[in-house]
Structure formats: structure tokens, C-alpha cells
Design a protein around this ligand. Structure first.
Ligand SMILES: *[C@@H]1O[C@H](CO)[C@@H](O)[C@H](O)[C@H]1NC(C)=O
Ligand SMILES: *[C@@H]1O[C@H](CO)[C@@H](O)[C@H](O)[C@H]1NC(C)=O
Length: 420
């Protein structure tokens, strides 16, 4: 009976699904030739200029995060890590005010949080990426370092996006990082008790240590974090040279991109063409790693190989994993129901010029409950080789609805019917 019912449902839904599939396009939401920093007052700007804290050509945005609030509206955030001096603030809101180089940024939550440049560890030193949860909270991962100098311990700051105030701060213990050698760059937050039923008290944040090759797990209930290491977190020297749009550069970054379907943590080093995974149940259990950071090696799995390296990655609620490969430049999708290899690396049509080095990627659920892929591209190959031209558009924030992808194939639809 059930089998027949399923067939009828499929027949009823399939033509509709095919008719409604209009291929979505990548939309440029914001773009910059060079980053444009707004200040609370003209005096603040003049002071930043005089102190060498405003050098826009030093600024590279790397992450994007979106949030929608009933009264504050839609807000888009970006991060500008302090790779060097001249960065007036490292976490920003994109405003609707335009200048010739692009939209004007505003410091988030405000300028006073950023203006200590490593001299006050209660403030923000340098942010690579953030994670926004369904609890209206933004997890800001502060590396504590400017360039290679570790000014402050790395910390996780949780801002309440309803009030734009600090909700919680966690400073990482020395057992979880090596000052000057570690660099915490990517947070991925998973909430176990989301609203409306839950109270947002149980969550984990997974953190990539890109230069000392590790994974840090922060547990909100224990308010503690532990370090995990595994050989799969190391860069692969065979994949340390990259080419993007015919420009070559060397980047031996390790542990970099994180994504999860709430069962597995998927991860990859940047200098690698491999994707790896480990069950959350293993890494969430602190006891497993009490005596040794590299315990449980058998739990880590090589998932497969893609066509070339990619940086940031994200996964949607249907377990599609997205990443933009370097050479050729392709927005790719992979479904964990398939083997991870070049054959099942599905290309999503996108203008390669828009997606040269996607360093930030998020799946965002909009007000209508539909998922969208948000990306930030920054042409890192040009920064690396010193060929940046600030007369060209260099930095972009992009959006692509996912409804066409999430409803196209009959197979996906049948699986949804069976499992719902
Ligand atoms: C700023 O520029 C963007 C396009 O780059 C445009 O969509 C937007 O309306 C502009 N905003 C204002 C306030 O002029
Ligand atoms: C955590 O791991 C330890 C072994 O390392 C095991 O004894 C314990 O049952 C695990 N806890 C949970 C909740 O799975």
C-alpha cells in the first residue's frame, strides 16, 4: 500500500517540480574595489589615519554572515582580519551608504571594541570568521593575533543580535593552542536546543586551527574547550601550490573548511584535494581526548577527493556540501549519498570572475524559511602575488537561493517523501 501511495505522490509532484525549476543565478549583493571604513566621528578617522590604523589597501575581507531581525531588518556582516597593521576594525556591518570604492562599513558592535589593536584583551583583536545561530547569537572567533604576534589569548565572543551586546565570553586555555603558532580561523556552531522549544543552552562550536593543525571543540554546558589533532588536519605538500585565474601562489594552510549534517563533521585542509569526516559523537565526548589530543585516530575517515583545492565550505539542510574549487574555478555541490569524487562533483553554473577564492561561505535561512548560499570572494591569488589592482572590483559578497537545487531531482524528492 505504502509503495503505491509513494508512486502516486511522486507522479503528482514530479511535473510540478520540473516546471518550477527555474535555474537560479548568483547575485552580487555588495562589491568593493577597496574596503571603505566608516567612523563614528571625523576625529576618530583623523586619529586612525595619524596612528597608521587606517590603511585601506591592507584590508582583505574574508567572511560573510547574514542575519534578519524584526526591527533591525536584514544585516550583512563581514570580517577583516588583522594580517597586518592599518585595519581600523576587524568585524563590520555593511551599511547602505555607497562610496566610489564600494559600500561603507561600520564597526560592529561599535568602534570602541576594536580600537585597542591588541593592547586590551577585553576588546577584539582580530577576527577571521563568525558563526550566527538560530538563537540570534553571533559567535565571533577572535584569534588574539595581529600578523604573527599573539597579543591576547584567542577568545570566543557571543553577541546577542537583538541587543548588539556581549552575552558571553570564553577565553581559550593554553592547553588548546600554541601562542604564535596556532591560528583559530573558522567557527562552526551547532545548537542542540534551538527555539521555539529549546532555550539555546546546549551547543558546540567547532574551531579550525589552520597553522598548528588542530580542531578545538567548545561545549557551552561545560563552558570549556578541548583540542583534537589528527593527520588529516595537515596540509598536503603535493597540493600547496595553487592556481586561480592563471595566477600561481603557494599557500600551505592546514585545517580550514568545516561543515556538518549534525552527525558528522566534514573538514579539509586548504592545501589538499581531500575531504575528511569524523562523527560528532566522538569529538563531542571530552573524555576521549583527556589523555591525548590525537586519540581515536580510527574514527577519522577519508571521504574522497575533489578536482582541486577549495577554501570555505558549507552544508545545507539537505546535506548538500558546497565549495568553490580553485582550478578550474567552479561552484561545486556534493551529496553525501554519493561517493566523493570528481564524477559526483556537480558544477553549479556561476561566472568564475565572481568567485575567485571564496574564503567565506554560509547557508542562510531567510525570513520565508528558504535557504540561500552566501559567499565572500577576495581574489586571494592577487593579494598573494602582489598584483592587486584597486581600479578593479576585488571583493564581492554573493548570494544564491538554493530552492532550485533542493527541489530538482526526482531522487531527492523521493528521499524526502520517504523520510518525512
Ligand atoms: C548602493 O549601490 C548598490 C549597487 O552597488 C545599489 O544597489 C544601492 O541601491 C546603492 N545604495 C544607495 C543608498 O544608493
Ligand atoms: C565518552 O567516552 C568514554 C571513553 O573515552 C566512554 O566511556 C563514555 O561512555 C563516553 N560518553 C558518552 C556520553 O558517550
Amino acid at each position: 500500500m505504502w509503495g503505491r501511495y509513494l508512486v502516486v505522490l511522486l507522479l503528482a509532484l514530479t511535473p510540478h517540480a520540473i516546471i518550477s525549476v527555474k535555474q537560479r543565478e548568483l547575485e552580487t549583493v555588495y562589491q568593493w574595489k577597496q574596503m571603505v571604513f566608516g567612523f563614528p566621528t571625523e576625529a576618530d578617522r583623523q586619529e586612525a589615519l595619524a596612528n597608521g590604523n587606517l590603511v585601506p589597501e591592507n584590508a582583505t575581507p574574508i567572511d560573510v554572515a547574514t542575519h534578519s531581525h524584526p526591527t533591525k531588518g536584514s544585516r550583512v556582516f563581514t570580517t577583516i582580519p588583522r594580517f597586518t597593521t592599518g585595519i581600523p576594525y576587524t568585524l563590520a556591518l555593511v551599511s547602505e551608504v555607497n562610496e566610489s570604492n564600494g559600500p561603507v562599513l561600520q564597526a560592529y558592535p561599535d568602534y570602541s571594541w576594536h580600537n585597542s589593536h591588541g593592547s586590551d584583551c577585553d576588546k577584539i583583536t582580530s577576527v577571521f570568521r563568525v558563526a550566527i545561530t538560530e538563537c540570534n547569537q553571533m559567535f565571533v572567533l577572535d584569534s588574539g593575533a595581529i600578523g604573527t604576534v599573539q597579543h591576547c589569548p584567542p577568545q570566543l565572543l557571543v553577541f546577542d543580535l537583538n541587543t548588539d551586546t556581549l552575552f558571553h565570553r570564553y577565553r581559550f586555555e593554553p592547553s588548546t593552542y600554541v601562542a604564535g603558532a596556532s591560528l583559530f580561523i573558522t567557527p562552526l556552531a551547532i545548537v542542540h536546543d534551538p527555539p521555539p522549544k529549546g532555550r539555546c543552552r546546549k551547543l558546540q562550536v567547532y574551531i579550525a586551527d589552520v597553522t598548528f593543525h588542530g580542531l578545538i571543540v567548545y561545549d557551552s554546558e561545560l563552558n570549556t574547550a578541548w583540542r583534537i589533532e589528527n593527520k588529516f588536519m595537515y596540509p598536503d605538500p603535493d597540493h600547496g601550490s595553487h592556481t586561480i585565474a592563471n595566477e600561481k601562489f603557494i599557500l600551505m594552510d592546514g585545517m580550514f573548511g568545516l561543515a556538518s549534517d549534525r552527525e558528522q563533521l566534514y573538514f579539509h585542509p586548504l592545501a589538499s584535494v581531500s575531504e575528511y569526516a569524523v562523527p560528532l559523537s566522538v569529538i563531542n565526548n571530552r573524555t576521549n581526548f583527556m589523555n591525548s589530543v590525537d586519540a581515536m585516530p580510527q574514527a577519522f575517515r577519508h571521504v574522497g577527493k575533489r578536482s582541486s583545492s577549495c577554501a570555505a565550505q558549507a552544508m545545507d539542510s539537505q546535506r548538500n556540501l558546497y565549495c568553490v574549487t580553485f582550478n578550474p574555478i567552479m561552484l561545486t555541490r556534493w551529496s553525501p549519498n554519493k561517493p566523493y569524487n570528481v564524477k559526483y562533483e556537480i558544477e553549479i553554473p556561476a561566472d568564475p570572475k565572481l568567485i575567485e577564492f571564496v574564503s567565506g561561505m554560509k547557508v542562510y535561512k531567510n525570513d520565508a524559511g528558504k535557504e540561500e548560499l552566501w559567499m565572500l570572494s577576495n581574489r586571494f591569488q592577487k593579494i598573494s602575488s602582489g598584483s592587486m589592482d584597486f581600479n578593479e572590483v576585488n571583493f564581492r559578497i554573493l548570494r544564491r537561493p538554493l530552492d532550485d537545487i533542493q527541489h530538482t531531482s526526482v531522487q531527492d524528492l523521493s528521499q524526502r517523501l520517504i523520510f518525512t
